[in-house]
Ligand binder design. Structure first.
Ligand SMILES: NC(=O)c1ccc[n+]([C@@H]2O[C@H](COP(=O)([O-])OP(=O)(O)OC[C@H]3O[C@@H](n4cnc5c(N)ncnc54)[C@H](O)[C@@H]3O)[C@@H](O)[C@H]2O)c1
Length: 309
């Protein structure tokens, strides 16, 4: 890479994006963030030397004005799963069409590396566990469908034009700056804040559904590594821990961290499109990127508790 060239992080004011921006800046890269602050926050970037461009990833004029001088693009901007449940068209406009507009602009500007941040949601219900990159992609939600469309465009740009795209599929991330409320609220911060307040944790469905949780610092490191590895170009790579835990098991872990004698839970109706199992096949990331998560669930939960305190 040319020294002095800029890195662009779309969605860089968000949960994972801001962690990635911090890591890139710490590694000596000049970082620009494009974010419309829909769910991201300006404060997430305080303390880093990144330049924030407040704008929309679908705005070609903005893209054309900022891409010259950018060598690497990390594309994380997206509309969340829960907002997409309510407004699938909005999710499609950003996650699919927005990605296509960004890809066209990046190709025209001669960007040298493009890392597409997709999601494990593209798989849908697990047919085999762990889910390797070969697993069928049959998303159950409109969000997953829109993420698959965006990812497919990135892959097609690589195959058709030789565009230097890498597709990564993070599984569930948790850690500082995660969302605990609104459309983007995630299970771990919600559980932890409820348990710390002495209130019951809310489980949708029977709680036997599993997820693969990876600390945000590890997910961001995996995304960053994908932008530096030439062998990763054209590849699709899961980013996860390879370990699954049920929501009931998670509630017990969280209760322990919160100092509660036992996990108090209440059950509400299962959410539409919620899949039963999620667990990453982590072999490709290990082989191509040398990626191994370094923060375990318990240590990550302790760290998040301290962060909230
Ligand atoms: N959080 C997870 O567990 C997880 C798991 C798998 C994949 N991902 C993917 O990682 C990426 C980041 O997710 P996150 O959890 O940090 O979410 P987030 O909501 O915190 O971040 C998304 C960011 O994109 C910005 N944004 C939304 N629409 C935009 C637009 N039209 N133009 C410019 N910016 C826009 C938001 O303001 C926000 O800062 C997403 O692509 C998501 O699909 C996240």
């Amino acid at each position: 890479m040319k020294t002095g060239m800029m890195v662009l992080v779309t969605g860089g004011a968000g949960f994972i994006g801001s962690e990635l921006v911090g890591q890139l800046a710490a590694a000596g890269r000049r970082v620009m963030v494009l974010d419309n602050l829909a769910t991201g926050r300006r404060e997430n970037l305080s303390g880093t030397a990144a330049t924030l461009v407040e704008g929309d990833v679908s705005d070609r004029a903005v893209l054309d004005s900022i891409l010259p001088g950018v060598d690497t693009v990390y594309h994380l901007a997206c509309v969340s799963l829960r907002r997409s449940l309510r407004e699938p068209r909005v999710g499609h406009d950003v996650n699919a069409t927005g990605t296509l507009i960004l890809l066209e602009a990046c190709r025209a500007a001669g960007v040298r590396r493009y890392v597409h941040v997709s999601s494990s949601e593209v798989y849908g219900e697990a047919e085999t566990v762990p889910m390797t990159e070969e697993h069928r992609t049959q998303p159950t939600t409109a969000y997953g469908a829109s993420k698959l469309a965006g990812e497919s465009y990135a892959r097609a740009f690589h195959r058709t034009y030789g565009f230097p795209a890498v597709m990564v599929r993070p599984f569930n991330a948790f850690g500082p700056r995660c969302h605990h409320e609104g459309d983007s609220g995630e299970v771990i911060p919600k559980f932890l804040l409820l348990a710390l307040a002495g209130r019951p944790m809310v489980i949708y469905g029977d709680g036997t559904q599993t997820r693969d949780f990876t600390h945000v610092s590890d997910i961001a490191r995996g995304i960053r590594l994908a932008g530096k590895c030439d062998e990763a170009i054209g590849e699709t790579i899961n980013l996860g821990s390879g370990k699954e835990i049920s929501m009931l098991g998670l509630a017990e872990e969280v209760a322990r961290i919160a100092g509660r004698p036992r996990a108090e839970v209440i059950h509400e109706a299962a959410r539409p499109g919620d899949v039963r199992r999620m667990c990453a096949g982590a072999g490709v990331a290990r082989k191509l990127l040398g990626f191994e998560p370094s923060v375990g669930l318990r240590a990550g939960l302790m760290g998040l508790k301290e962060w909230y305190e």
